[in-house]
Write a protein that binds this ligand. Structure first.
Ligand code: URA
Length: 254
């Protein structure tokens, strides 16, 4: 049994700030197991006790996991004094104070972004050691052929000398623009753009479409988000131990 202060429980579920939750409790609007409580410091076990606010049962979830289709023009941050952030796009019904983006997409990058208030989960998803691959669709300014593919597979050396882990590059059609798919498991700053630059190509457009085995929900419009199901969450870590390139780069890393 894990007892927590009621105002803290309510605030953690997005009911309001601690202060606002405290006011609701003092006004007699909060019940625990059918009995009204009056003091914000009273404790309950949120996993077991039936808590209701203004007659509505509280569906307690320790953590929240959202999938967003990030649009261009917003920054991957919780708050920013000047720019609109991905957390600013979360509708009130899904909002929690501690939400943050698990990993960053550049301002101009679109696509799959996970928002959560679970730090351990984000760490597990982002650590290169955990082998969670991220798949990007890139439009670049020139053709992608065997030479670029082999360089990505060997571990691209960035302009500043940083050696990247092996990555899978696939040409994905031409026409008037050159498209490619890139799969990486690191998250260095501007990584995909820098990798292409290192092989003489410039990224014109970038979209993340998959994390692990979780694909971006194609019905989500840019800027929209929704809760992930348990099954979808598990998909992120499915294939965690898959290694498309067993070759070691010059750092001796796989
Ligand atoms: N790599 C980039 O260069 N930008 C992103 O937003 C994500 C990966």
């Amino acid at each position: 049994m894990f007892m927590e202060r009621l105002d803290k429980i309510l605030a953690s579920q997005g009911v309001g700030s601690r202060k606002e939750a405290g006011l609701l409790i003092r006004r007699g609007l909060v019940e625990v197991n059918g009995a009204a409580v009056s003091r914000p410091e009273e404790k309950a076990d949120p996993e077991r006790d039936a808590i209701s606010v203004a007659g509505k049962p509280l569906r307690f979830q320790r953590h929240l996991y959202l999938m967003m289709n990030k649009p261009a023009g917003v920054v991957s941050a919780s708050r920013d004094s000047r720019e609109k952030t991905v957390v600013d796009l979360v509708p009130e019904a899904l909002f929690r104070r501690d939400l943050f983006p698990a990993g960053r997409l550049d301002r101009d990058t679109t696509g799959l972004l996970i928002l959560t208030d679970d730090g351990d989960f984000a760490h597990r998803m982002l650590s290169p050691k955990k082998h969670v691959y991220k798949l990007y669709e890139a439009t670049v300014d020139g053709p992608v052929g065997t030479s670029e593919i082999e360089k990505f597979e060997a571990g691209v050396v960035l302009e500043d000398g940083t050696v990247c882990l092996p990555a899978k590059l696939t040409a994905a059609g031409g026409g008037s623009s050159f498209k490619a798919l890139v799969e990486i498991r690191e998250g260095k700053y501007h990584q995909v753009k820098k990798m292409f630059l290192a092989v003489g190509r410039r990224v014109l457009c970038l979209k993340r479409v998959r994390i692990g085995s979780l694909e971006l929900d194609k019905t989500l419009k840019e800027g929209e988000c929704r809760e992930l199901t348990k099954e979808e969450l598990a998909l992120i870590f499915q294939g965690e131990n898959r290694r498309f390139c067993e070759k070691k780069n010059s750092n001796g890393q796989i």
